[in-house]
Design a protein around this ligand. Structure first.
Ligand code: HEM
Ligand code: HEM
Length: 175
């Protein structure tokens, strides 16, 4: 009998993972384009990012009341500890990265209003402030790097437990 995360945890996990990966793809596609063309990719980047922030906050609150299922006994304590630490950092980053991006995009004097999929204006009501936008930009650029590294580390860890240790591990988080 494999102990699994609940349906809610699994839905949050894969929806957020998919959106985070999409945002990395959009940002890297936009990087090499001329300024005017970047907007077409960065508008969905911003709206998807705000969706990630909202879902991550909901997920975190939900998580406080719901413990993960017990790990397979074969996983040594230090690896279980590392997993916990990575998950903790993930929760921090999937909140801090979109929050800093949203701050930058809202406070920048030359930035257009933050559009949420054409539905409404999602600009933070903080006014234009170049210094604040600069802080948001700096934090966003710095924190996307550890988030990227953590995703790689997390995938390697999951594959290692699944295939090298031959444990039913990915099933824990599989729909
Ligand atoms: C791309 C962004 C991803 C993020 C931000 C992410 C984040 C997380 C977080 C925060 C947890 C801990 C859940 C909790 O205890 O509340 C988790 C668990 C897990 N993730 Fe991911 N994940 C991502 C992608 C992936 C991918 C691609 C895989 C598949 C290889 C994967 C496989 C797993 C598994 C198997 C667990 C359960 C770990 C355990 O039982 O301790 N994740 N993930
Ligand atoms: C988890 C969600 C997000 C991820 C993973 C993400 C990722 C990234 C990455 C990798 C870059 C390129 C950074 C670099 O140049 O090194 C970037 C740039 C950018 N992001 Fe995000 N982002 C997210 C959320 C947001 C949000 C919510 C907004 C705004 C509402 C936003 C606005 C921007 C802008 C305006 C840039 C371009 C900055 C520049 O001109 O250098 N991002 N993002």
């Amino acid at each position: 009998m494999i102990s699994k995360y609940s349906k809610v945890a699994i839905a949050f996990h894969w929806l957020i993972a998919l959106l985070v990966i999409t945002n990395f793809v959009l940002a890297s596609m936009a990087e090499d384009l001329p300024r005017e063309a970047q907007g077409a990719l960065m508008a969905p980047h911003k709206a998807i990012g705000i969706s990630i922030l909202t879902l991550s906050l909901l997920r975190l609150f939900w998580r406080f009341g719901h413990k993960p299922p017990p790990l397979p006994a074969a996983i040594p304590a230090w690896q279980a500890g590392m997993g916990k630490f990575v998950h903790f950092l993930f929760y921090f980053l999937i909140i801090a990265v979109p929050l800093s991006g949203w701050l930058m995009a809202s406070a920048h004097p030359q930035a257009p209003p933050v559009d949420f999929f054409g539905l409404f204006d999602a600009t933070m009501p903080i006014g234009k402030d170049k210094a604040l936008a600069g802080i948001g930009h700096e934090v966003h650029e710095v924190l996307t790097k550890p988030l990227f590294l953590l995703i790689i580390l997390h995938i390697i860890g999951a594959l290692k437990h699944q295939f090298a240790d031959r444990l039913p591990f990915i099933q824990r988080m599989w729909p």
